[in-house]
Ligand binder design. Structure first.
Ligand SMILES: CC(=O)SCCNC(=O)CCNC(=O)[C@H](O)C(C)(C)COP(=O)(O)OP(=O)(O)OC[C@H]1O[C@@H](n2cnc3c(N)ncnc32)[C@H](O)[C@@H]1OP(=O)(O)O
Ligand SMILES: CC(C)C(=O)C(=O)O
Ligand SMILES: [Mg+2]
Length: 505
């Protein structure tokens, strides 16, 4: 019988440590709910000691998650562990995740602790965490650059102290598949107690080997894999969840390993994360890249036309990829729309459904064919919307290649309608300047990009604006069949997030 391994998702913790990937509370809750829909075993929701905001967001995430274990990270400090426990007070299945580095370089230069002190502290802190929570994970940070005998000693102590999962991370993405296999095999041999609990790995991608190392670890007998959606994470990122899961799924014939993941939720999870962070997936990325199922050359196209399996090792449907079947249009009603949302995995309240249906009808008026991707973009955006402190009412653009562009915008703030005119190089820049005039200050535009959600002349333009203030980046998204409108909406969306966060802090 196939063995089942656990998927520990750390998109909301290690993933959020990627530069430019920070998420606000609403976005984290929506992402956590999607991870639950995808059926991950553990959601690492954050690092409570990092800030009161992080602690609060773990609490709020916990309130919404029923089926997954929720983990909260803590250094080997009593105060961190108390905060982690506090952050988990609403969790149905809480896990405290304590970590301490074990490699000579980390112990000497970072922790300024001797190996003996690390051994004592690990045991003491796991004992303390266990007095609060039954489910305890211990991670030996930088394990792959640590001494195997020392690691075995540490693991013996913390397992006796009550750790139920031991994580053996490749923190700096240093190891290779063969070496990791040998390393893990040696540790398991030296510390037989490991066989009585869950053994986890957490691989970083500094050499591009995060997924390969995770698969080698599974072969060595580990029972939990830590990973992130789209592989986001510190530096070059973490092992990508979708790549590990689909490798095991596709090569079940060889590994005979299963996960509990609903693979049909993979594309939605990837899209939602991109939408939230504004970080796009590279087109040739395995599994979720735009080209992962595209065939350009004649010989391949010929093969696929005769039999898809000539060049496709998994089906697009197995990861929930919309194969562009047209189902909804402007004549569709509420029942069909609701049915489509259910197929896509959404459960909306009556108010949310009404709002989404109105947006869908508006879109269907402008766009001939409405694809699953369009609906997904509309609804998942709606779920992470912040209050509209500023709202675009209308705009007029005067532009051309022989005149300086002028934008006239009317924006609502509370009960007031504010109209401003600005000029700039191009209609989009002029519009952004007009918004700055409305709010009365210059904003730092960190980045701006524009892509289309689907193909065709009437495709939805998806604009991403990144505004920077006090070192924080606020990502705004705008969706419209008119690219100037989507750019303005994205800018205002980023501005609203900035105002909302400043108000709620
Ligand atoms: C591999 C990983 O991903 S580890 C997780 C990384 N994530 C984060 O760092 C989350 C964000 N971090 C933060 O907000 C801050 O670093 C905080 C709040 C956690 C700590 O902030 P500060 O107290 O100002 O400390 P700072 O970050 O400058 O230095 C880290 C301190 O923790 C110590 N430390 C690091 N890891 C551990 C550990 N696992 N257990 C105990 N102490 C540790 C360091 O030795 C250093 O101690 P010192 O202040 O006595 O010199
Ligand atoms: C906290 C630990 C598990 C970590 O993120 C790492 O070692 O990379
Ligand atoms: Mg990490």
């Amino acid at each position: 019988m196939a063995k089942t391994i656990k998927i520990f998702d750390t998109t909301l913790r290690d993933g959020e440590q990627s530069p430019g990937c920070s998420m606000n509370l609403k976005e984290k809750i929506e992402m956590a709910q999607q991870l639950e829909r995808m059926n991950v075993d553990v959601i690492e929701a954050g690092f409570a000691a990092a800030s009161p905001g992080d602690l609060h967001s773990i609490q709020e995430i916990s309130k919404h998650i029923k089926n997954c274990t929720v983990a909260s990270l803590a250094r080997a400090h009593k105060d961190d562990i108390d905060k982690a426990w506090e952050s988990l007070k609403f969790a149905e299945k809480p896990r405290i995740h304590v970590f301490l580095a074990t490699s000579p370089i980390h112990m000497e230069y970072k922790l300024k602790m001797t190996p003996e002190e690390v051994l004592i502290s690990s045991e003491k802190m796991v004992t303390y965490a266990k007095s609060l929570c039954n489910d305890i994970e211990f991670s030996a940070e930088d394990a792959t650059r640590s001494n195997v005998d020392f690691l075995a000693q540490v693991f013996d102590k913390v397992i006796k102290a009550g750790a139920t999962t031991i994580n053996i991370p490749d923190t700096v993405g240093y190891t290779t598949p063969d070496e990791y296999y040998d390393f893990l095999t040696a540790i398991i041999e030296k510390c037989p107690a490991l066989k009585t609990i869950d053994i986890s790995v957490h691989c970083h991608n500094d050499l591009g080997l995060g997924v390969a190392n995770s698969i080698a670890a599974i072969k060595a007998g580990v029972t939990q894999i830590e990973c992130t959606v789209n592989g986001i994470g510190e530096r070059a990122g973490n092992a990508a969840l979708e790549e590990i899961v689909m490798s095991l799924n596709t090569r079940k014939d060889y590994y005979d390993i299963e996960t509990r993941i609903d693979t049909r939720q993979i594309v939605r999870s990837s899209n939602l994360l991109s939408r939230i962070t504004g970080v796009k997936v590279q087109p040739n990325k395995a599994i979720v890249g735009a080209n992962a199922f595209a065939h350009e050359s004649g010989i391949h196209q010929h093969g696929v036309l005769n039999n898809k399996e000539t060049y496709e090792i998994m089906t697009p449907e197995s990861i929930g990829l919309d194969t562009n079947r047209l189902v909804l249009g402007k004549h569709s009603g509420r029942h069909a729309f609701n049915d489509k949302l259910t197929q896509l995995g959404y459960e909306l309240t009556k108010e949310e459904l009404d709002m989404a249906f109105k947006k869908f009808k508006d879109l269907a008026d402008k766009k001939k064919d409405v694809y699953d991707k369009d609906i997904d973009a509309l609804v998942s955006r709606q779920k992470i919307e912040v209050p509209k402190i500023f709202e675009l009412i209308n705009y007029v653009i005067n532009s051309g290649n022989v005149i300086t562009s002028t934008a006239t915008l009317t924006i609502r703030k509370g009960d007031n309608l504010i109209e401003e005119v600005a000029v700039g190089e191009g209609p989009i820049y002029a519009s952004f300047k007009a918004i700055e005039k409305v709010i009365g200050k210059d904003l730092e535009l960190d980045d701006f990009s524009l892509t289309s959600v689907t193909e065709g002349e009437d495709a939805l333009g998806d604009a991403v604006v990144r505004l920077k203030e006090n070192g924080r980046v606020y990502v705004g998204r705008g969706l419209s069949t008119d690219i100037i409108e989507s750019s303005i909406i994205a800018y205002i969306n980023a501005l609203n997030k900035m105002m909302f966060e400043n108000e709620t802090i």
